[in-house]
Ligand binder design. Structure first.
Ligand code: TXA
Ligand code: MG
Length: 355
């Protein structure tokens, strides 16, 4: 009897193939990213992004790991490549003011800052414009969005693509941001296909993040634009520190809590519950569910991640008192999916930042 471990769906396909195919596929699995200089990378980068893949690109601050912000699979791949244990909201990068205004609603103060510092190392957190096409995984389901207009290659790429790029820093989770293409290669080279080499990034640290609060601006993250320079433009001091419950998305145990209660690892569905399913085996009593959606029938965690926020919101709208969630494995993107779900299930009065 064959005692070898059950192959995962990814390699079981390989195991059934003749040797030559097997060898070719192994090369693909252990691929090393291609490095192309900015002058020769545009077409290749565009093709990858249009195909829902990710590309490491230089910006003036640090290298970014970019994916099409309107494509859920592309955005899920960003989290997968970084090995992020959480779905933190990402910055959407735009090519011009027209694109920015299609995505977000600008208050006068934020518009003034955009005029003064864009393109450049400043990120503005703004209310989203409804129907903007941004995939909810980019904003982790928030109704605000972080926007930035980068200088150089990134700007050209976004203009050519005609769509915004979601891009966190191009480093695996827990490591420091990469400021050279070589650093990106060393860290992420075996999990992505292309690193665009634009040399060392001129600023070398991440963008400054600010958010308008009425007539004032709050500094959410110090970065490439000095706070004093922003204060000089707006003529007022920046508010500092986080206002609990709002400016630290993903940091609150009960953040993203839907109206309905959330019950994890549900092996059955009770009267009045909605069901968030995963894979092809249903929880007992699933026919009872007042509404039901499957994150991924085939058990693909990338697909599940891209559906997570939209499906939670849709099931919440069903009016069910509880959303029962089937068990989701912890491997790959499963860790971040489970992290988000356990926050949604946390007691609602728990607003302590998680460590
Ligand atoms: O310079 C940079 O900003 C680089 C380059 C690649 O553009 N990007 C970057 O992204 O540093 P990342 O994902 O490492 O940091 C994004 C930050 C996080 O701290 C996140 O919490 C915050 O932006 N953020 C994103 N959306 C937000 C929102 N809606 N409200 C408040 N903060 C938000
Ligand atoms: Mg980062």
């Amino acid at each position: 009897m064959d005692k070898s471990p059950r192959p995962s769906p990814a390699n079981s396909r390989l195991a059934q193939q003749p040797t030559s195919y097997y060898a070719a596929s192994i090369c693909e699995v252990t691929r090393v990213a291609e490095i192309l200089a900015v002058g020769e990378a545009l077409e290749r980068a565009l093709a990858l992004l249009q195909g829902g893949d990710v590309v490491a690109i230089p910006t003036e601050t640090v290298y970014g790991l970019a994916g099409d912000a309107t494509n859920g699979i592309g955005v899920a791949r960003i989290f997968e490549a970084k090995g992020r244990p959480r779905f933190n909201p990402l910055i959407a990068h735009v090519a011009d003011m027209a694109m920015a205004e299609r995505i977000a609603v600008f208050d006068p103060l934020s518009r003034k800052l955009a005029q003064a510092f864009w393109p450049g190392p400043l990120t503005l957190v703004l209310p989203q414009r409804p129907g903007n096409g941004i995939h909810p995984l980019v904003t982790a389901g928030l109704d605000t969005i972080a926007l930035r207009m980068p200088r150089g290659f990134g700007g050209d790429l976004i203009a050519k693509l005609g769509r915004p790029l979601a891009a966190p820093s191009a480093n695996s989770s827990g490591k420091i941001s990469a400021t050279t293409a070589q650093a990106v290669m060393a860290d992420l080279g075996d999990s992505i296909r292309l690193v665009v080499d634009g040399g060392a990034t001129p600023v070398g640290l991440e963008s400054t993040i600010v958010k308008a609060e009425g007539e004032r601006l709050r500094l959410l993250r110090p970065g490439g634009v000095a706070a004093e320079d922003i204060e000089a433009v707006v003529g007022a001091e920046l508010l500092r520190g986080h206002k609990a419950g709002i400016e630290a998305p993903g940091m609150l145990a009960s953040h993203y809590a839907p109206g309905a209660a959330v019950r994890l690892n549900a092996g059955n569905v009770e009267e009045g519950e909605a069901l968030l399913a995963f894979g092809d085996r249903r929880a007992e009593g699933w026919r009872r569910a007042v509404a039901s959606l499957n994150l991924s029938v085939s058990g693909d965690l990338r697909e599940a991640a891209s559906n997570l926020f939209a499906y939670m919101q849709e099931l919440d709208r069903s009016g069910a008192r509880t959303i029962a969630v089937e068990t989701i494995p912890f491997d790959g993107l499963g860790e971040a999916i489970n992290d988000r779900l356990s926050r949604a299930a946390a007691p609602r009065d728990n607003i302590q930042p998680t460590p």
